[in-house]
Design a protein. Structure first.
Length: 461
């Protein structure tokens, strides 16, 4: 376990977030710069091509047929250099296979189709041109009859250097902006992440003061949307832990109390018999010791069952329970003890009572078994205990002349007993019945009317 823990590498959430955010921003900025660069290059290329085509079409518009000959309507046509410039533009004009006009250096030969065709061409001197080739019919001056109008092909080129210089400048600007943004992101991201994770530091300081030695400690409410559910769940876990610790303390305290009481009874029995022998036989003494052991066993069983129910380990499974059968079974279980105490058990069912009840049969039987057992144990001899099912619940009634209305507030408390009459009981029956009723989402109420104690288990509907 220790070796595994040592081999496991720890990582910093702050560093991981920093690198992830920085990488994401860099990728997004790089992608955006690439798109902007591509779009700018495309737009500038289209504008350059549009300007090139406009100049070529202007030259083509000067070509016309005069006196049956193809000619360029330009003052400088004889020199065959208009409107080209030896440093910026080059062209070659052919009509019917004959060169009509050209510059000193002409663009490379390329095919011309019905639509203008653009391409890049390298001149012998290493100059890179942007060339357009277009095919057209020259205009007619209207003088004389022209039996045939030749097709002219114009190859017109411009120096790409101005365009390339602009594109390189844009690339440099975008690259510089991207690098500057990267530097800013790398510098600002750790600080931003540190500020963003500050609520975690607050929770860390709050957790330092929470532990088994400080029950009831809770995390402060967080204003951060992402942390608020986490804080709420953690506080719920802390509340359940406190409840669990409280149950363990109650269980240990109750168990220690009952063990101490039963052991004291056992020790007193042995000491009395040793010092002042009563003359009873061994079977009688062992029977009394057995009774003490049975009471101790019943106490431990009840405590364990109560702890399981309160902790939620006893899961409810709803079934259709036949009420009359359940009452008969519970009453039969206590008939022997009732007969020994001279108490009669009367089980009855009202006409409007439901025949079946949707509930967990085990928990429901725990409630009724403890209520009826408590009533049989404390009812005066010669009286009767009633077990009655009505439309909305089940009631258990017994005579309780020794009880006072103030005693009802103590019902359900662990190990509470009215007097020595209940010495054979641990005082856990009503607490166990109340816990099972809560698990069934039912209500358990007690009422004292003219010396008669009535316990009523009610359910909704």
């Amino acid at each position: 376990m220790t070796a595994t823990a040592k081999r496991r590498k720890r990582f910093s959430l702050r560093a991981r977030l920093t690198w992830m955010l920085a990488l994401a921003v860099l990728v997004i900025l790089g992608g955006a710069a690439r798109v902007v660069d591509w779009r700018a290059d495309t737009e500038m290329q289209q504008r350059f091509d549009a300007s090139l085509l406009a100049r070529a079409q202007s030259l083509a518009a000067l070509v016309q047929i005069e006196n049956g000959k193809v000619d360029v309507d330009a003052d400088n046509a004889a020199t065959a250099v208009f409107p080209g410039n030896a440093d910026t533009s080059w062209y070659a004009l052919q009509c019917g296979g004959a060169v009509v006009a050209r510059t000193a250096e002409v663009p490379p030969v390329m095919a011309a189709g019905g639509a203008p065709r653009f391409t890049d061409a390298l001149m012998p001197g290493g100059r890179l041109l942007r060339v357009v080739a277009l095919r057209f019919k020259p205009a007619h001056d209207g003088a004389g009859f022209v039996p045939y109008t030749p097709t002219c092909v114009l190859r017109y080129g411009l120096d790409r250097r101005p365009l390339d210089d602009i594109l390189h400048t844009l690339d440099f600007i975008l690259l510089g902006s991207l690098l500057g943004a990267c530097v800013l992101v790398l510098l600002l991201t750790p600080w931003l992440v540190r500020r963003g994770l500050r609520p975690l530091s607050v929770l860390d300081h709050a957790m330092a003061g929470i532990g088994p030695d400080a029950p009831g400690g809770r995390l402060p409410d967080s204003d951060t949307t992402e942390l608020a559910p986490l804080v709420a769940r953690f506080n719920e876990v802390l509340a359940r832990m406190d409840e669990g610790l409280a149950r363990e303390r109650r269980f240990a305290s109750g168990l220690a109390h009952e063990f101490r009481t039963r052991l004291a009874e056992l020790r007193m029995l042995v000491d009395v018999e040793r010092r002042y022998p009563s003359g009873r036989d061994v079977h009688s003494l062992l029977g009394e010791v057995g009774n003490i052991g049975n009471e101790l066993e019943a106490t431990v069983t009840a405590l364990l069952q109560l702890t399981r129910i309160e902790s939620g380990l006893e899961r409810t499974q709803r079934e259709d329970v036949v009420v009359e059968t359940l009452l008969a079974r519970v009453a039969a279980r206590h008939q022997e003890s009732a007969h020994a105490r001279g108490v009669a058990i009367l089980s009855e069912r009202a006409d409007d009572a439901a025949e079946t009840l949707a509930a967990d049969p085990i928990l429901l039987e725990i409630v009724l078994d403890n209520l009826l057992g408590n009533a049989v144990a404390y009812a005066p001899a010669g009286t009767r205990v009633t077990l009655r099912a009505t439309r909305g619940g089940i009631g258990v009634g017994n005579a309780a002349p020794a009880l006072h209305p103030d005693d009802l507030a103590n019902f359900g408390q662990r190990f509470w007993r009215k007097d020595a009459q209940g010495a054979g009981h641990a005082g856990l029956g009503l607490a166990l019945a109340g816990a099972a009723a809560r698990a069934l989402r039912m209500s358990l109420a007690f009422a004292l009317d003219d010396g008669v104690l009535r316990a009523t288990l009610r359910w909704g509907g």
